[in-house]
Design a protein around this ligand. Structure first.
Ligand code: BTN
Length: 274
């Protein structure tokens, strides 16, 4: 492992085989104080697992935050609700360890991360407009292009690990249940997309807007499930109804006809009627 410090820069690079463009991107993010440090590995099972191990092991101090964990090849990515996350070549897989204290009063971190990633893609990938499938799956034209997994260590609850995976050039093989209809940004882009441009744009937006008060409203604007018939598993009990979007706290609202249900966590699926 190489520990490298250039001037003010703090970047730990494991193996010299990492992408030079990625190193430059991380350096510029550190220079501009968007992040305070980075840990770059050429291959890892999961950047979330790596970040969680570093945080739980007490190796991430407050002055290192936000700390970027990034890899060129993720071999055993993890998704929400115990699912796997497969990445094709040149996809973007990273995790950001960040302090949650005071940052997310305005909106839940899960919505904030989704809105920032989706708006970054809108800005970079013309002429698409992303949608968000609650809580933070990123969709374009009904196909999933990205997902977010947020974790925290019981020992250091003030640090959240926000893991983001975006299919940039290729979509992965569908080899996991729940990984519905994946696509990549390249499928929809009229020009080439560089994964480090996507990384740069997401992190700069997250940095600039982490205290924004308009996140719930911006999520509503992109809510993929709004007005749609959906089904949801509530601790083994199926719930079916029409999605009325999200409430002011970012919870999903489902109208079953006789009652409105407010959902804190879980996975809602579209009911497709033919
Ligand atoms: C989901 O859609 O269920 C969430 C997928 C999150 C994938 C990212 S890729 C980078 C980070 N490392 C992981 O193991 N998972 C997240």
């Amino acid at each position: 492992m190489i520990g490298r410090e250039r001037g003010e820069l703090k970047m730990l690079i494991q193996s010299g085989a990492v992408s030079l463009a990625g190193v430059r991107c991380a350096e510029s993010l550190i220079n501009d104080r968007v992040i305070r440090s980075a840990f770059y590995v050429d291959t890892t099972d999961s950047t979330n697992s790596l970040a969680m191990a570093e945080v739980s092991g007490g190796r991430v101090s407050d002055e290192m935050l936000p700390r970027l964990f990034i890899t060129d090849r993720q071999t055993a990515g993890r998704g929400r609700l115990g699912r796997t996350w497969s990445s094709a070549a040149d996809s973007l897989t990273f995790s950001l360890a960040m302090s949650v204290s005071g940052a997310t009063d305005a909106a839940p971190l899960s919505l904030l991360a989704g809105v920032m990633a989706a708006e970054a893609i809108d800005a970079l990938v013309a002429p698409v407009t992303t949608q968000l499938k609650w809580p933070n799956d990123i969709y374009i034209s009904g196909q999933k292009v990205g997902g977010i997994l947020i974790e925290a260590s019981g020992k250091y609850p003030h640090i959240a690990v926000v893991g983001i995976g975006i299919n940039v050039l290729e979509s992965p093989a569908v080899d996991a249940p729940g990984f519905v209809n994946p696509a990549s940004l390249a499928t929809f882009s009229s020009r080439p997309v560089d994964r480090f441009d996507v990384l740069d744009e997401i992190l700069r937006r997250l940095h600039a807007e982490r205290a924004a008060t308009s996140i719930v409203e911006r999520f509503r604007h992109k809510c993929y499930l709004q007005g749609q018939p959906v089904s949801l598993d509530q601790s083994g009990k199926p719930l079916e109804g029409v999605c009325e979007g999200i409430d002011s706290g970012g919870r999903l609202v489902i109208n079953t006809g006789d009652a409105k249900h407010t959902i804190h966590s879980g996975e809602a699926s579209l009911i497709r009627r033919h």
